[in-house]
Design a protein around this ligand. Structure first.
Ligand SMILES: *Cc1c(COP(=O)(O)O)cnc(C)c1O
Length: 391
């Protein structure tokens, strides 16, 4: 039987034509396709500035730097995420801590954040940056998080890797409540550039810092040069930047993919609703639909994650997982808590610190969801899951 992956990209003839055109345009590395993609991305996300980077991990690194992470500073994120969410802060020499999740939304919990901030204020160790992760494409509850940021004086850096094109209270993620937001274009995500990422912000000065950090800290802008009269060859390095540029080939693909985003969203949303109906009577906890009380959201449905609710006649998650893989259904687990990774245990984290994230991780199962998944394939997933859940 054919293997159904949990996620896969969708590449059509328009995407192929865009890449072919980029390859023959005379530019390969960052050229005119990059700002074109940046502008289109900024427009779709209703944000002033978008800075394309080589991948979201690089974006998280330079966004942390640009927002002031460094030795002596602390950055908090969600334990229910990919390791890049916290690694970016460690690259800067900052220390990292985690805020437990809300068991319903699986996102960083507002109550947990608020309590941890109260404690940190008493202990004199407030974070410089908090990185909420829009897990599976559903936004975190950003209004109360913004209020806490203003009260305690930290920056918000959204890890919106899952949430390209998603919205919160009818506004695109990446536009309104965060100081900066990072998106990923890895092939399993909503739109792809092979490898790639984007940092958005409303702050022009921050966007300029990000552009410099993306390319060695080098400027050629006449108005920024300390020695502008040196000659036409002259450039200056003003900070310790990196080579985190996106290529024109990637940007051309990204621009083409972005033209298809509403179709991707509609397909994912339809399949998610269909899962909601088809799975309603199984011993599973299904994804939440709102980030918090009084909010609305449109998820980008990067992932459809069910939790296998333990019960006397319900096999454990590992058994369900193995049974599904055996019949060619590519399930996955998002995520084992970051602080329980061996590297993070080496930094002093241990089990028991983030009980909601651990309880969730013990039951979580990502089932296949991507725009080209057909109804018969989805029916096969549901049938296999039904059988796998039998005692
Ligand atoms: C995919 C992902 C990243 C890293 O993205 P890359 O583009 O692969 O570097 C970071 N955070 C989260 C939550 C992700 O899912």
């Amino acid at each position: 039987m054919d293997f159904i992956p949990y996620a896969t990209q969708s590449i059509n003839d328009d995407d192929l034509a865009a890449v072919r055109e980029a390859l023959t345009s005379g530019w390969l590395t960052q050229g005119p396709a990059v700002p074109r993609f940046e502008q289109a991305f900024a427009q779709r996300h209703e944000v002033a500035h978008a800075v394309a980077v080589s991948n979201a991990t690089a974006g998280l690194h330079i966004a942390c730097l640009a927002l002031g992470a460094g030795p002596g500073k602390t950055v908090w994120t969600s334990p229910n995420s990919f390791v890049a969410s916290s690694n970016g802060a460690l690259y800067c020499g900052a220390s990292v801590d985690f805020v437990d999740i809300d068991p319903v939304t699986r996102n960083m919990g507002v109550a947990a954040l608020s309590e941890k901030l109260e404690q940190a204020e008493r202990d004199g160790c407030l974070p410089a940056i908090v990185i909420p992760v829009h897990f599976s494409g559903m936004a975190c509850d950003l209004v109360p998080m913004r209020a806490l940021a203003d009260r305690y004086g930290f920056k918000i850096l959204e890890d919106a890797s899952h949430a390209v094109g998603a919205s919160y209270n009818n506004q695109p993620v990446g536009s309104r409540y965060a100081d900066a937001s990072v998106f990923s274009f890895h092939p399993v995500k909503i739109v792809t550039t092979g490898e790639g990422g984007m940092v958005t912000t409303q702050d022009a000065a921050l966007a300029r810092r990000l552009q410099l950090l993306r390319s060695h800290g080098i400027t050629r802008e006449q108005s920024e040069l300390l020695h502008p009269d040196t000659g036409a060859w002259h450039y200056e390095q003003h900070s310790l930047g990196f080579n985190y540029r996106m290529t024109d080939i990637q940007a051309a693909l990204g621009h083409s993919q972005l033209q298809r985003i509403e179709g991707f969203h509609a397909a994912r949303e339809r399949l998610a609703k269909r899962y909601d109906q088809l799975l309603a009577n199984l011993p599973l906890r299904l994804p939440a639909r709102v980030p918090g009380p009084g909010t609305t959201a449109r998820s980008s449905w990067h992932l459809y994650v069910v939790e296998v609710v333990p019960g006397p006649t319900v096999p454990d998650r590992a058994t369900v997982f193995a049974r599904l893989r055996e019949v060619g259904v590519g399930v996955n687990v998002h995520y084992e808590p970051i602080p329980l990774q061996p590297y993070y245990r080496g930094l002093g984290f241990h089990s028991g610190q983030f009980p909601a994230a651990e309880a969730y991780a013990a039951q979580a199962l990502s089932i296949p969801l991507y725009p080209s998944l057909t109804d018969p394939q989805q029916d096969r997933v549901v049938a296999a899951l039904t059988v796998a859940l039998q005692a």
